[in-house]
Write a protein that binds this ligand. Structure first.
Ligand code: MG
Length: 250
């Protein structure tokens, strides 16, 4: 069931999104060589709690941390660890959600740690841009397939692959709501977008093939071929005036 939000609900949700975006930005500032992914998770959790919010991911489906931190060939759902020390050249995807006022915000960004290769930089740039291509299509009257097609076309034109096994989603009072928002699709197909819908668009793009596998911890999702992967995400509201990005930091 797709839940449409009233203007009042969108205002509440904006606060959850603002805190999520600030937490993600704080995480980005902490990404540097020599830092453990656990330390970044601590930054996220402490920031969110200081705002009186709670980390959406902590305990969600049993997830043991406040942020998913996914390095290099890890696509999503990396579990922060004090044993994982970042080094120069790593690309570090951080996915963060915050819950306050009855609503969640959800966003992700892939940060460069120190000096990264030209290939890694190009992947980050293309993944980020594919997100914005998707967002442009997130307008009332369009369909879910228009978003996915925009992301896919942009990424595949640059010889990247779009992960199929994980997709974006509605977000609101629940972290994951209907509809699913794939990063691939056919224009004009799928659920019609309506004002009041709030969705997380989150391209997961790889430098190799699109196949992924989940490791034995049941979370860590890696590219099957070991290639680099990037992940960017915003929570978006569909409004009569077009798409509004909700996850904007201060
Ligand atoms: Mg999400």
């Amino acid at each position: 069931m797709i839940v449409l939000k009233t203007r009042r609900e969108l205002d509440l949700m904006r606060e959850a999104c603002r805190i999520s975006a600030n937490a993600l930005k704080e995480a980005g500032k902490a990404v540097e060589p020599g830092v453990s992914t656990k330390e970044i998770d601590d930054v996220v959790r402490n920031y969110i709690r200081k705002q009186g919010a709670s980390p959406s991911f902590l305990g969600y489906g049993g997830f043991p941390a406040s942020a998913c931190i996914s390095v290099n060939n890890v696509v999503i759902h990396g579990i922060p660890s004090k044993k994982q020390i970042l080094k120069s050249g790593d690309i570090v995807s951080v996915d963060v959600g915050a819950f306050i006022g009855g609503f969640h915000g959800d966003n992700a960004y892939t940060y460069a740690c120190g000096d990264i290769s030209k290939e890694a930089r190009a992947l980050l740039d293309a993944t980020k841009e594919s997100l914005y291509e998707g967002i442009k299509q997130a307008k009332a009257g369009n369909r879910i397939g228009d978003i996915g097609n925009a992301v896919q076309s942009y990424a595949e034109a640059r010889s990247y692959s779009v992960v199929r096994d994980f997709v974006g989603h509605g977000v609101g009072a629940k972290l994951h709501e209907d509809p699913s928002v794939p990063n691939y699709g056919t224009p004009g197909r799928g659920v019609r977008l309506m004002p009041g819908m709030t969705i997380a668009i989150e391209p997961m793009i790889t430098a190799g093939g699109y196949a992924v596998k989940v490791l034995d911890d049941d979370w860590t999702t890696v590219t099957a071929d070991g290639s680099l992967a990037a992940h960017f995400e915003h929570t978006i509201a569909i409004t009569p005036d077009g798409p509004v990005i909700m996850t904007i930091p201060d």
